[in-house]
Design a protein around this ligand. Structure first.
Ligand code: AMP
Length: 282
């Protein structure tokens, strides 16, 4: 595995890989866990070469968010990726990504606006901007993202279509199902913020979500099921619930009742120092 941290060597390294076969890109912010490695393994099944980026993107953190505290462990991450057969690690410094004078922003309206977009102003602009840059830098044949970040996946797909990134550079954007701990909690680099007691309490999130989904499927009113979910989380030790919404799975438009189109339950809630998100088919 080769590691590069400046744009020019990145372009040379990717050109050499591309001459040898298809290239898949897995963008991450590091602090890698089994969820990330599942994306890498899926990428390896799809392409001759996997490029992983590790970049804690300052533009997707709000002023009062956890940019400084976000876990950084490049040496350990690098060893994990090497063992997974990754061809190239792209680990730029912030100054390589956003040199002095950087002034361009990508903003995806509609699908970015509700849910996490409402709670974290500017977050999805930061995500869209950095992912667009990564696509242009690596020009992969396909890119893989986790369904754990369902709204992010929708924003990236919209951007790729709107900016004609889908062909020829990014042929496919693949979503990979959420990888969970044994008790159901979605794996996340931010789970490291939890104390042991908070970590145990956090398993209430997927449990309450499954209960709400079952209640709705059994005929309960969506509003009542979501209110029950919120109460269950607060009762289990969550400090607050940013949102708990049933949405159209593609447009992310909120649903007051479960129709026939695919629906998704999406939740963001705070416990200890962590803001946890999760989503499930409903
Ligand atoms: P992050 O490092 O948190 O920005 O995540 C990098 C990529 O890994 C994103 O596409 C995430 O959606 C994906 N990812 C993070 N956690 C999981 C998980 N538990 N299961 C599947 N994919 C995940």
């Amino acid at each position: 595995m080769q590691t590069v941290n400046r744009i020019d060597p990145l372009r040379d390294a990717v050109a050499a890989l591309r001459a040898d076969g298809a290239v898949a890109l897995v963008p991450t912010m590091g602090a890698l866990h089994e969820g990330h490695l599942t994306l890498v393994r899926a990428a390896r099944r799809q392409a001759a070469h996997v490029v992983v980026s590790i970049f804690v993107n300052p533009r997707q953190f709000g002023p009062n968010e956890d940019l400084a505290a976000y876990p950084r462990q490049l040496a350990a991450d690098s060893a994990l990726l090497e063992a997974e057969g990754v061809s190239l690690l792209w680990a730029p410094e912030a100054s390589a990504m956003y040199p002095a004078g950087y002034a361009t922003n990508i903003s995806v309206s509609g699908v970015s606006e509700g849910l996490c977009g409402a709670n974290r102003p500017g977050h999805f602009d930061g995500v869209a901007t950095v992912v667009c840059k990564l696509f242009n830098q690596v020009r992969p044949d396909l890119a893989l993202f986790g369904e754990k970040d369902w709204q992010q996946l929708a924003v990236i797909r919209r951007m790729a279509r709107d900016l004609d990134l889908v062909r020829p550079h990014v042929d496919r954007i693949l979503g990979v199902p959420t990888v969970r701990e044994a008790d159901g909690l979605a794996m996340s680099s931010r789970n490291a913020y939890l104390t042991p007691a908070e970590r145990e309490a956090a398993a209430a999130l997927p449990r309450a979500m499954r209960a709400a989904i079952a209640a709705i499927a059994g005929g309960a009113a969506v509003e009542a099921a979501l209110a029950g979910l919120e109460q269950a989380l607060l009762g289990a030790g969550f400090a607050s619930v940013d949102y708990a919404q049933l949405c159209d799975a593609d447009s992310l438009a909120p649903l007051a009742s479960r129709g026939t189109a695919p629906a998704r339950l999406l939740v963001a809630a705070r416990i200890g120092k962590a803001r946890l998100i999760d989503n499930m088919a409903a």
